[in-house]
Design a protein around this ligand. Structure first.
Ligand code: PBG
Length: 327
């Protein structure tokens, strides 16, 4: 069928026609909202490179979760910034660590919320690396024991989903084993399976104070040039027992999301990371782009590429727009 018989513009004439043929629909159910917990009371510090995103004490986090739930967002990804950092990142598995206390408090006050916890050591280690350092290198197998210990402490404190982001080999099975051995066989694992070594994490590292003090993360996070390797990583995590797999970052990796969607039937998450957020915010502030429209276009593209779950700092703003469209 060719012009003039076929005219694609017929189905673009007004919003109702466009809406009935639309292939991809964002929903507030797609979103996970990341939050940063710090020690103290009544703390609310805006992260300078991430306008609208705060580091907050547990009391304020709990209040903000109530707000996000009113917008229809029920899933939260929690990051903790401890009082003190040390070589072994001991704040990460402390029963009275920042995340463990936050989990207990939030669960006590809010019943219907899905709490996902990031399991990694970089926010807790003085050197800022994602594992235990010996001879100037992150030790894979030694780190696994710590990751399992962190995951278990999160589960005990009330986490619903454990999300390891460290990129050590074998961590999903180490965590699965520890959870199962302690009666947490119903706690799911969302693995950061294909996590790239990315400059897009810059603003997050300011927020979490987790910049490596020497070297970089290229010895454990993935090379941005590889997509077949991402599929091998995801396959491994699925074999080790991951319930949800993830591609991170999202925007420069839409092809990886697409490839993962085509290859696997597991639920797929994509992390629209800090730098992707900051770029849109910065350009929006300068008046160079329409921030809200760019945001919705980006989120739609991540879903169109094949993500079921979108982890995004835009969750609240996007939910407000989606909720207003429904009226
Ligand atoms: C911890 C972790 C990082 C992010 C999520 N978990 C930072 C890193 O690996 O350096 C990045 C999130 C973001 O940029 O929004 N390892």
């Amino acid at each position: 069928m060719l012009f003039p018989i076929y005219r694609p513009r017929r189905l673009r004439r007004n919003e109702i026609i466009r809406a009935i043929i639309r292939e991809t629909e964002l929903s507030v159910w797609d979103f996970v909202y990341p939050m940063f917990v710090v020690p103290g009371k009544k703390v609310k510090q805006e992260i300078s490179s991430m306008p609208g995103i705060f580091r907050q004490s547990i009391d304020n986090i709990t209040e903000e979760i109530k707000e996000t739930r009113e917008l229809g967002i029920n899933a939260i990804l929690l990051f903790g910034i401890p009082e003190k950092k040390d070589e072994l990142g001991s704040g990460s598995y402390d029963e009275n660590g920042i995340i463990q206390m936050a989990l207990r408090k939030i669960k006590e006050e809010i019943k219907e919320v899905l709490l996902i916890t990031d399991v990694c050591m970089c926010e807790y280690t003085s050197h800022g690396h994602c594992g235990i350092i010996e001879n100037g290198e992150v030790q894979n197998d030694k780190t696994l024991q710590y990751l399992a210990r962190i995951a278990l402490s999160h589960a005990k404190a009330g986490a619903d989903i454990i999300a390891p982001s460290d990129m050590m080999d074998g961590r999903v099975s180490a965590i699965r084993e520890a959870l199962d051995a302690n009666g947490f066989e119903n706690i799911a694992i969302m693995s950061y399976s294909a996590k790239y070594s990315s400059a897009f994490y810059g603003p997050f590292r300011e927020a979490a104070e987790s910049t490596p003090q020497f070297g970089n993360r290229r010895g454990y996070q993935m090379d941005p040039a590889n997509v077949r390797e991402a599929l091998r990583e995801i396959a491994l995590d699925i074999e080790e027992g991951a319930d949800i797999v993830m591609v991170k970052p999202a925007l420069s990796y839409l092809d990886v999301i697409k490839a993962a969607r085509e290859e696997f039937n597991h639920p797929l998450a994509a992390y629209n990371v800090s730098g992707e957020y900051s770029m849109v915010k910065a350009a929006g502030r300068l008046g160079w782009i329409d921030e809200a429209q760019v945001m919705m276009e980006i989120l739609t593209s991540i879903k169109r590429a094949g993500a079921d779950i979108i982890i995004t700092y835009f969750a609240k703003e996007a939910a407000k727009i989606l909720n207003s469209l429904r009226r």
